[in-house]
Design a protein around this ligand. Sequence first.
Ligand code: 6PG
Length: 227
Amino acid sequence: ARKAAEEWIRIGGEAIDRSGRFAVALSGGNTPRSLYAELAGAEFRERIFWGRVHFFWGDERAVAADHPDSNYRMAHEALLAKIPVPRENVHRIETERGPKGAAAAYEIVLRDFFALGGGSWPRFDLILLGIGDDGHTASLFPGSATLGEDKRLVSATFVEKLKSDRITLTLPVLNQAANVIVLVSGGAKAKAVREALTADSRLPAARVRPLDGTLLWILDRDAAALL
Ligand code: 6PG
């Protein structure tokens, strides 16, 4: 988490120096909680100008913002409520619109924020990702039709194995990022990590290959045990 926080602050500072803002897409689940705690902590919180940081999400569960499963809620509790970031800089996926409505609204937010024309893609300064033990990342799951989406920026997808709806950035958006960090912790992920880092793996996490950007996997010892 400390290493990820160092990288986060470095990338963010460079983005703010270069363009006056830092557009970052947060990941959900449990792993990034420790990173968010580091960023909110004494060592890092003063090392970036929060007023220039714009928070987005890589994916969201189709639940209310105050639901225990909400990625927004986790980030808000662990980080956003503890730093002086302006409300208008927090671009929550509005799940109260329902999965398809939330995806459509979030797509408009992205097109507006990045001032996109028709066919172009948003380029996040940083996209933070995790990996599931099945090799999914964001809410791009193995076998999902969403993996083939090559027009929309955001997709609403029903995840069979979880019996739940998700809203997710699409693969082209992930691969347009200037920087991607995949943060992984724990032995349960070791097999997925090894497979995803094997040449020509077709796992969703393996298909995150920024076209013109950096890709950094930060693993703890247990997650890296099979490498
Ligand atoms: C989500 C995440 C997802 C996550 C993996 C790992 O919404 O769940 O975006 O892609 O990164 O499922 O989750 P854990 O960190 O909880 O193991």
